[in-house]
Design a protein around this ligand. Structure first.
Ligand code: AMO
Length: 434
């Protein structure tokens, strides 16, 4: 809109046109106020009924909440107004009237169920707390990109329609690709490795991953955002260093750039940036410590995956971010390299935040024969992966990397109770639209 002024920029003495949503109309009798909201904040528009044109007063005060209006008028200083200024209108235009009945209350005075909120995300996002989450999410992704670039990584994007899965067959979404079976990609895993094996060496990707997880939990999505790293001539220690640097950078950026949003979310007073040097516990130590908490009915034994309750118990015990390293080879995917001196033990690692897995990664198997043997051990057909394995015959450096869950990062930084709060339009068992 030409000549539109944001509410935050309206200065006393000017005549301006502001445009936005009707937050509230407050009629006090002889005087009434329309509170107009735009992306920068709110401004009070004053109607003195006896001194103004009747039509103008009727338009301004008859408009329904959340309608889109533009107001032209003089800006006056007014210490009693919430922002210290108010507009005395010459004209009010109703650009798009809202229905009088709204499915949820954007002023937040009336609580709504999460499902109602997600069905009406446009209205939900008019609430400052919800906007704060997504503004912080944008800052987090920006900080991750910046830190990767500082670490000499190149941003890549890889196909989401693929011929093979990488993270377990049962979690694949099949689709039809011109009559041929295809899948939505579970992870950029194989592609990022193929590019790390080129001269590009260090890459990162921030993009969607698709998991046909059957369970509906507060920490799982069927479409998530993965923050992936892969680096040539890196081992699992280097990859853990990068994961730590990216997670810490996200916290630092939020602390530095999102003071107002943290205030809005009531988190400003207690917000802490983790100090780094996250402890690195071996899987063996992890199961011993979980068993020692006495929180599980059955003791864990070597080879067990960690149950959610175990992760929570150990997270409480450690109290901050920590890595779990040296996982049993048999429970890590085929592309993770085993330790040279013990092939029962893998270089795979997870980063816990601290009660939930945030990252998993490891050094990769870069030796062709070992890689192909690994497929067979996991019951996979190496022929199907020939497009990938073939490149390991033409000079593949040692390399390592990780995948970091974008929504889980936002969720843990802001202590959100449900991962769906961290994604605009979540995909889960019940939700395919909007
Ligand atoms: P993994 O399957 O552990 O590893 O995924 C990596 C990280 O992605 C996030 N994540 C999810 N977040 C929400 N909902 C889901 N359904 C979901 N699934 C995964 C988690 C998890 O830690 N290729 C490997 C990574 C690698 O080795 O580089 C992989 O995908 O935060």
């Amino acid at each position: 809109m030409q000549d539109r002024t944001y509410t935050a920029d309206a200065e006393p003495g000017e005549t301006v046109t502001v445009a936005g949503w009707v937050h509230e109309v407050r009629d006090l009798g002889g005087i009434a106020f329309l509170i107009l909201r735009d992306t920068t904040g709110r401004i009070q528009v004053k109607f003195e009924k006896d001194e103004m044109d009747d039509d103008l007063v009727e338009t301004g005060l008859g408009v329904t909440r959340e309608s889109v209006v533009s107001v032209t008028g003089a800006v006056d200083e007014e210490p009693r107004a919430p922002t210290g200024v108010e507009i005395v209108p010459d004209s009010v235009d109703v650009i798009s009237a809202a229905d009088p009945e709204l499915p949820l209350d954007p002023s937040g005075k009336v609580d709504a169920e999460l499902s109602t909120r997600l069905d009406n995300r446009t209205l939900d996002l008019r609430k400052s707390e919800v906007q704060a989450i997504f503004s912080i999410r944008a800052t987090i992704l920006e900080a991750a990109r910046e830190r990767f670039r500082e670490l000499r990584c190149t941003e890549i994007t890889t196909p989401k329609i693929v011929a093979t899965g990488t993270e377990g067959g049962t979690e694949l979404f099949p689709i039809t690709y011109f009559g041929q079976e295809a899948f939505m990609n579970q992870s950029p895993q194989l592609f990022k490795q193929l590019i790390a094996g080129s001269n590009v060496e260090r890459v990162f990707e921030i993009g969607p991953i698709f998991r046909a997880e059957e369970h509906n939990t507060p920490r799982h999505l069927n479409e998530a955002t993965s923050i992936d790293f892969e680096g040539a001539f890196c081992d699992h220690h280097d990859a853990m260093d990068v994961a730590e640097a990216v997670v810490t950078a996200a916290y630092e950026a939020v602390a530095e750039n999102c003071r107002d949003e943290l205030e809005t979310l009531d988190l400003a007073d207690d917000f802490e940036v983790p100090e780094g040097d996250f402890p690195r516990l071996s899987y063996e130590e992890a199961i011993e410590r979980i068993n020692a908490t006495g929180e599980l009915d059955d003791q864990l034994v070597w080879g067990d995956d960690l149950p959610t309750e175990g992760e929570k118990a150990l997270g409480d015990d450690v109290g901050g971010h920590y890595f779990i390293t040296d996982w049993p080879s048999e429970i890590k995917p085929f592309y993770i390299k085993d330790h040279d001196d013990d092939e029962q033990l893998s270089t795979g690692f997870d980063l816990m935040a601290p009660r939930m897995e945030l990252v998993s990664g490891g050094q990769r198997e870069h030796r062709y024969e070992h890689l192909v043997a690994g497929f067979e051990q996991q019951g996979l057909d190496p022929d199907q992966f020939e497009y990938y394995t073939k490149m390991f015959r033409y000079g593949m450096p040692p390399h390592a990397g990780f995948g970091l869950g974008g929504e889980r990062l936002v969720m843990t930084i802001l202590d959100l109770p449900n991962i769906r709060e961290a994604v605009l339009f979540p995909r889960d068992r019940q939700r395919l639209s909007p």
